[in-house]
Design a protein around this ligand. Sequence first.
Ligand code: MRU
Length: 354
Amino acid sequence: MRTVEWSNGKVRMIDQRQLPWNVEYVEYNDYREVAQSITDMVVRGAPAIGATAAFGMALAAQQSPALDMGSVLDFMEVAAVILKKARPTAVNLAWAVDRVMKVARDDVYSNAKEIRKAVLDEANRIADEDVTINQTMGKFGADLIRKGDVVLHHCNTGALATVDHGTALGVIRTAFEQGKQFRVLLTETRPRMQGARLSAWELKQLGIPFEIIPDSAAGHYMRAGEVKIVLVGADRIAANGDTVNKIGTYMLAVLAKENNIPFYSVAPTSTVDLKVTTGSEIQIEERTPDEVRCPYGNALIPDDYPVRNPAFDVTPQRYLAGIVTERGIVLPPFRDNLPKVIHGEPASSAKTAK
Ligand code: MRU
């Protein structure tokens, strides 16, 4: 099943807080609950929260009791604000909400029922496109992995972080399905352990060999010459290629450069935000200190010890060997090449980047 989907008039998703111990699904019939599920990380990962928010908008259109089109649109505008606020960093969230809202505002409808149908169709389209985009990125990116490689991966960027297949983990999956033999080192990804809980759960099901390492061990394995390539996802990429991703990504990128290991980000073009020129302009979500003090209910640190908990960091573009997109692998200089790809040109590097 998909990470998130529309099911009998409700938004249905796997509860990622329960994995890997329990595979449980939750259903929502109120867009405010959908927004809360994004904030609480029942669903997480930039493309997945984009698709979830799109379904949240479809729910809002359905929830509105109004018969006239203007009132349905007003109701949806409020829902758009609430859903966009659910998490601030991943641009896919606002991108998906805006895309649904644009369809809703079209002047081709003659009644509210038609708006409701059109926005649900658009949300389903966003979800379907996400799957095909990930499969395409998987094919482009799989060329980067060679037989015998050890691939270092951070956080969770797999089927769970998307509607299906995944971005960086999707590349790993495609390479494995092509018959390549390699191993994956998964960083735990503190404090929420997306690597140890979610990526490991996915790779175990796929039969892909992996080992979980403490986040702090990545440099050790890089320096020892084990790691041949680093693959990560992205929550937002600035016009100059600066990449915002899960906290700890920057440290991995600096270590990769120090050890001459290629470092790639894998992300759909919907993750690129040309409105921001550099990563410094992107809001970094600060989450509750309790995630660090008491992860998943296990108290490690007393309540009165001060804690900071940024969810993401900025990796300056100079650390990236390339950005794998559904239009090919974008190579530096990103300031020139990213806008071209966003405006529809295929990445000229698509065939040469190996
Ligand atoms: O806080 P999360 O778990 O939502 O963070 C997820 C990441 O940072 C991923 O790397 C990113 O969203 C890309 S997922 C395809």
